[in-house]
Write a protein that binds this ligand. Sequence first.
Ligand code: URA
Length: 230
Amino acid sequence: MRLDKFICKSTALNKEQARLAIANSDVLVNELIVVEPAFQVHENNIIMLNKKVLTARSFRYLLLHKPANTICSNVDEIYPSALNLLDIEHVSELHIAGRLDADTTGLILITDDGRWTFNITLPNNGCEKVYRVGLSRDIKEEVTTQFKQGIQLQGEEKLTLPATLEILSPKEMRLTLTEGKFHQVKRMFSAVGNRVISLHREKIGHVTLDVEEGQWRYLTLQEVQSFCKE
Ligand code: URA
């Protein structure tokens, strides 16, 4: 982790204040002054600020039921950030592991542990994301096979990875993906001549959405560990 990030994670300082402390030579790493904010530090380093040893806060792992008309960015844009719904400290240190579009609702996972996020977002890790999809037109039976075999999306070199489509009613599907390309679900249905009119994420890996819209909770240790590769 970068030294300035470590200072933020172990004190009440923000990034600017942490950088100032580093530039002022107030920070020691293993008893040596370090003035480079990007300097990489590790768990076994002894990091001191004004002669006090610092200990980083533990990583946090949460789930949130994202409402429509919120965005998965740390800053508000046309719509407010979904992170505004978290009534906890140091929200700016958190990020969303696998974004949803502004009009998509459902499960988002939130953390400050970048390595854990990779387990969820890298397609090679095979982490399943389950979506409930509402369509504008009746689905054709053969789409299930097409999705299994992979779909050619506009602007992509490779076919999509095999996806499982469960038809719940002619216009309502449950779709399981292991990758998360930009607007992937909408583009997959568009590629087979249909249009997504509602999209809701129900599950990521072993974690199922179990809180009301706009609510959040911390993940259990078991849920956190279920994303860690052996
Ligand atoms: N695929 C989409 O098209 N949108 C989302 O929000 C998530 C997956």
